[in-house]
Ligand binder design. Structure first.
Ligand code: DAK
Length: 261
């Protein structure tokens, strides 16, 4: 993988993906989006990765939005191509078979907030600031914000944030359910690792199916979503994981899912 704008490393089965344009507050340009695509394709195919932490380089920003300098002179058709490419990447993160945690280490604005929302879980540094300031620029959110934000915080709060272009701090993001935890800046990555470690102790197939059931369900009407849950739930009974998890409970011992893989 040739990467310039994104850093990638794997340690202890965790992939660390870091957007690396600190001079532009890690703004998303076409190259970053292309590199994220490559990285997430790689993660999906790599059995040596069981979880992902996505963050921004430096102490100031997760991602301060799409790159305004690059967008300024785009034609409508160019902006459409960019949106299509970015949506594919956001979807591949949302649908990744491994849990993805956004470590929000500073500004997460516009496309940055949208990138964080495509992740499964968001953990913010106390210094994080989040928002969808697009209407300040005469545009609307274009990387999924009009759809993922109301699904996370409700229609009223999403309209409030998008229409006012307001920026909120980590405490407020936590209060409205936009982030699931807040950590001291120095503890941010460790906190994400702790959450991934907790998930990794569970049955990996069950974790994957639970994520799928939630994602599928939110795209469907309730009846179809519940039917989908029945199918995925019953599938877990075809696995060694279910046998091991239930046997371990009844034998009053910790489940050992790893040896059942
Ligand atoms: N794009 C490009 N450069 C950026 C940037 C951005 N989004 N944000 C910051 N920078 C650059 C600044 O220009 C500055 O560069 P130099 O002047 O040093 O060369 C450097 O990063 C440091 O920024 P500041 O000097 O402004 O730092 P401050 O601490 O004073 O302020 C700030 C931090 C985050 C409050 C401020 O930088 C800021 O307001 N940034 C812009 C936030 C923003 O509006 N983001 C864009 C939201 S709109 C699309 C789909 C989706 C989108 C667009 C198109 N299509 C399908 C085409 C999404 C759009 C958005 O994300």
């Amino acid at each position: 993988m040739e990467l310039i704008n994104v850093k990638y490393k794997v340690k202890d089965f965790t992939a660390y993906v870091t957007i690396n344009r600190p001079k532009a507050l890690n703004a998303l340009n076409i190259d970053v989006i292309a590199e994220l695509k490559t990285v997430f394709e790689h993660i999906e195919a790599d059995d040596g990765v069981t979880g992902v932490i996505l963050t921004g380089e430096g102490e100031k920003a997760f991602v301060a939005g799409a790159d305004i300098a690059q967008m300024k002179d785009m034609t409508a058709l160019e902006s459409r191509a960019m949106a299509a490419a970015a949506h594919k990447v956001m979807n591949s993160i949302e649908e990744c078979s491994k849990p993805v945690i956004a470590a929000i280490n500073g500004f997460a604005l516009g496309g940055g907030c949208e990138l964080a929302m495509a992740c499964d879980i968001r953990i913010a540094s106390e210094t994080a600031r989040m928002g969808q300031p697009e209407v300040n620029l005469g545009i609307i959110p274009g990387f999924g914000g009009t759809q993922r934000l109301p699904r996370l915080v409700g229609k009223g709060m999403a309209k409030y944030l998008i229409l006012t272009a307001g920026m909120i701090d980590a405490a407020e993001a936590y209060r409205i359910g936009l982030v699931q935890k807040v950590a001291a800046p120095s503890e941010l990555i460790a906190e994400c690792e702790k959450v991934l470690a907790a998930i990794n102790q569970k049955g990996p197939f069950a974790v994957k199916l639970a994520k799928k059931a939630i994602n599928n369900g939110l795209e469907a009407d309730q009846k179809s979503a519940l039917n989908n849950e029945i199918e995925l739930f019953s599938l877990t009974f075809a696995t060694d994981e279910q046998e091991e998890g239930m046997a371990a409970f009844l034998e009053k011992r910790a489940a050992d899912f790893k040896s059942k893989k």
